[in-house]
Design a protein around this ligand. Structure first.
Ligand SMILES: [Ca+2]
Ligand SMILES: [Ca+2]
Length: 127
């Protein structure tokens, strides 16, 4: 009886450990971006170097300037809150918009010329 309990506890602990490992691994694959912030990475699939902002930035700097290849909007959403993020190809919110992310949206790989184009971004009400 005691042995059975022990082995059940051991099994449960093992499953728990496996579950934790899987969760950690999955989290590493998805976008790791602080709550309330907009994040951009120099590589696709949220790889390379990350830059993150809570507000606007009208003049991106190294390493993200013209190197952005994946993006995540982890901004706080709610009525009357600017919770969308628009990225522009030039500093000062100028030129073409490259990517625009709804709240919670993550873009793992760039489409076409949006890759390595960003120079500024702003939070806005909608895309
Ligand atoms: Ca890049
Ligand atoms: Ca640019």
């Amino acid at each position: 009886m005691t042995i059975k309990h022990k082995s059940t506890a051991l099994l449960a602990a093992t499953l728990l450990a496996i579950g934790t490992a899987v969760t950690t691994s999955a989290a590493a694959q998805a976008a790791s971006c602080p709550s309330g912030q907009f994040c951009a990475w120099t590589d696709a699939d949220f790889g390379g170097q990350r830059t993150n902002w809570s507000g606007d930035d009208h003049d991106w700097e190294d390493p993200i300037q013209d190197e952005d290849s994946s993006w995540a909007n982890h901004g706080i959403s709610g009525p009357g809150i600017k919770d969308h993020v628009q990225v522009y190809e030039n500093p000062g919110l100028a030129g073409f918009g490259t990517v625009c992310l709804a709240p919670g949206q993550e873009i793992a790989s760039p489409s076409g010329w949006a890759n390595d184009s960003g120079d500024s971004h702003t939070w806005k009400m909608e895309c």
